[in-house]
Design a binder for this molecule. Structure first.
Ligand SMILES: Cc1cc2nc3c(=O)[nH]c(=O)nc-3n(C[C@H](O)[C@H](O)[C@H](O)COP(=O)(O)OP(=O)(O)OC[C@H]3O[C@@H](n4cnc5c(N)ncnc54)[C@H](O)[C@@H]3O)c2cc1C
Length: 510
């Protein structure tokens, strides 16, 4: 028998769990991924309703530019070369109900000119903002792969931007927006719950968009998740859906496996949790390995809000409209008893031909809320009222959509509403969070440790160890974790390895 521990159990088949599974298989581990939901993907998901596909996640995928180091990393887990990316010139539009418009262009010169034309009184702040985007647009993220010389060079470039990064990570988007006097520009930076993230996140998004490194992948989330899950199976890994982990088994402060809700026990030499952080620490491990740092984090860090999504199948070609439009509302939209929104955004997926038949358009409207309890309680205890509330909200959103594009109401042939109860059911994320921890002035950009104090052979990955979340957080934390496992086991980390694809899953309980 080989003295090398070789069995890995991964809890959760979101992007993080799937990426970790692919890396671990490439390094020769026998891998089983356990996913409580009926399909992989976690938050990175979409659903089919009639002829329409409604995307719940991807606006962009960081690393779509083949000259970027993130692209190289994506290539390690799936064939990104086959993907088709869309780069809209008009990235976003902000509109008021009285017809004023502000376009946020991808091209920086055009963006600067548009902002100055629209709000000349805000010139100094506009120049500062555009300068920040320009500075970060050629700032590589500290590289994970490549030669040490390459990593050193990108590290140096990154270090030069640290003062700017720090200043932008210490101010929320909402506070930054208040520098501007123009209402549309302020609206662009958001308000309330949704704008409590550091403005750095927004500047990075625009910077990556500018240099065509954050394109929208045609096919949305499924175009990423599907091929990674397929790759895992080709490599001989096991993906079990409908397999809910109840407990992480620990002996002598060492993780030795898991038990499922139905009592099945699965032994392993490593346990990786790619599931919700709070559940992992406080439920699956029963709060035995929290430590003061994590206790502080889970007490004080702010999560992204949860969300409802109103999705509309529209029998009309809407391609003359911008694909992403934020509408500033004269009177707030009441989402639930604790949530009133003064702005809502519509995504018109006319740029994704896989989402609707020719001449028709899939439209979504994401509505943030922190009132998870309200929606979960209705869903569980009062199904009739739950459906009535969903209908009320759908009607309100349709009315706002119709006020914007007169007559569009008559072309709506499909309506779907998901709520925070749906998010919790499908992903079990704490407080129904849409992206884990908010990147705030408090969190900064440093990831949390993947280990828990005193617990061996256990690692955490995914959005709950990297504030700001996003698909790249899954890829990066998964890669780091498997590298760490390999180092500890004396195994060469081989992310490009394609040879070790023989069926090692056979010796692992399926
Ligand atoms: C509206 C919206 C827009 C977004 N836009 C973007 C974007 O444009 N670009 C981008 O990069 N990111 C975006 N994101 C964020 C991104 O989707 C997430 O940050 C990322 O998918 C999180 O991946 P994860 O693997 O860390 O966690 P998750 O996706 O939450 O996966 C965790 C998995 O663990 C499973 N699980 C939980 N508990 C258990 C258990 N006990 N047993 C077994 N399985 C369990 C869950 O079912 C889930 O499948 C967006 C998210 C939302 C909601």
């Amino acid at each position: 028998m080989s003295p090398i521990p070789r069995k890995v159990v991964i809890i959760g088949a979101g992007i993080a769990g799937l990426c970790a599974a692919v890396y671990a298989r490439k390094c020769g581990y026998a891998v089983t991924v356990l996913e409580q939901h009926e399909r992989p993907g976690g938050l990175a998901t979409s659903w089919q309703r009639g002829a329409y596909t409604f995307e719940a996640c991807l606006h962009w995928l960081l690393g779509s530019n083949q000259h970027d180091s993130m692209y190289t990393l994506w290539r390690e887990v799936f064939d990104i070369d086959r993907m088709h990316f869309v780069y809209p010139e008009e990235w976003m539009r902000v509109e008021s109900e009285d017809g004023k418009r502000l376009s946020i262009y991808s091209n920086l010169e055009r963006l600067e000119a548009e902002l100055l034309r629209h709000a000349p009184q805000d010139e100094a702040h506009i120049r500062h903002f555009v300068h920040a985007i320009r500075s970060l647009s050629d700032c590589p993220l500290p590289s994970q792969g490549g030669t040490w010389q390459h990593r050193f060079a990108t590290g140096l470039q990154f270090l030069r931007r640290v003062p700017l990064l720090q200043s932008l990570s210490h101010i929320t988007s909402e506070a930054y927006g208040k520098r501007f006097s123009d209402p549309l520009l302020r609206g662009f930076f958001g308000e309330g719950e949704n704008a409590q993230l550091a403005v750095l996140a927004l500047v990075f998004a625009l910077a990556w968009n500018t240099n065509r490194n954050a394109g929208y992948p045609t096919g949305g989330s499924q175009a990423v998740i599907g091929p990674i899950a397929h790759n895992l199976q080709q490599l001989g890994g096991v993906l079990r859906t409908g397999a809910s982990v109840k407990e992480i088994l620990v002996e002598d402060d060492t993780a030795v496996g898991v038990t499922l809700d139905d009592g099945e026990r699965i032994d392993a030499d490593w346990v990786l949790s790619a599931a919700d952080g709070h559940t992992t620490i406080y439920d699956l491990l029963d709060g035995r390995y929290v430590g003061p740092r994590m206790a502080h984090v889970y007490r004080t860090y702010k999560t992204f809000p949860s969300f409802l999504q109103v999705s509309l199948g529209v029998a009309r070609d809407l391609s003359q409209q911008c694909g992403y439009v934020m509408r500033l509302l004269d009177s707030p939209l009441e989402v639930d008893p604790q949530t009133a929104l003064h702005q809502i955004a519509f995504r018109l997926f006319h740029y994704d031909p896989t989402f609707a038949p020719v001449g028709k358009t899939a439209v979504t409207c994401t509505l943030p809320t922190r009132n998870v309890e309200y929606w979960s309680r209705l869903s569980e205890h009062d199904p009739q009222e739950y459906e009535a509330e969903k209908r009320r909200l759908a009607n309100s959103v349709i009315a706002l959509f119709d006020a914007w594009i007169p007559g569009v109401r008559d072309a709506i042939e499909m309506v779907d509403v998901s709520t925070p109860a749906t998010v919790v059911r499908c992903t079990r994320n704490w407080q129904g969070s849409m992206e884990g921890w908010l990147l705030t002035p408090q969190t900064g950009i440093r990831p949390l440790p993947p280990t828990l104090p005193g617990l061996r052979r256990f690692l955490m990955i995914g959005q709950w160890v990297m504030p700001g979340g996003g698909l790249p957080s899954g890829l990066i934390t998964a890669r780091r974790a498997v590298r760490r496992m390999c180092r500890q086991d004396g195994i060469a980390f081989a992310p490009d390895e394609h040879e070790k694809t023989t069926n090692a899953a056979g010796d692992f309980p399926a």
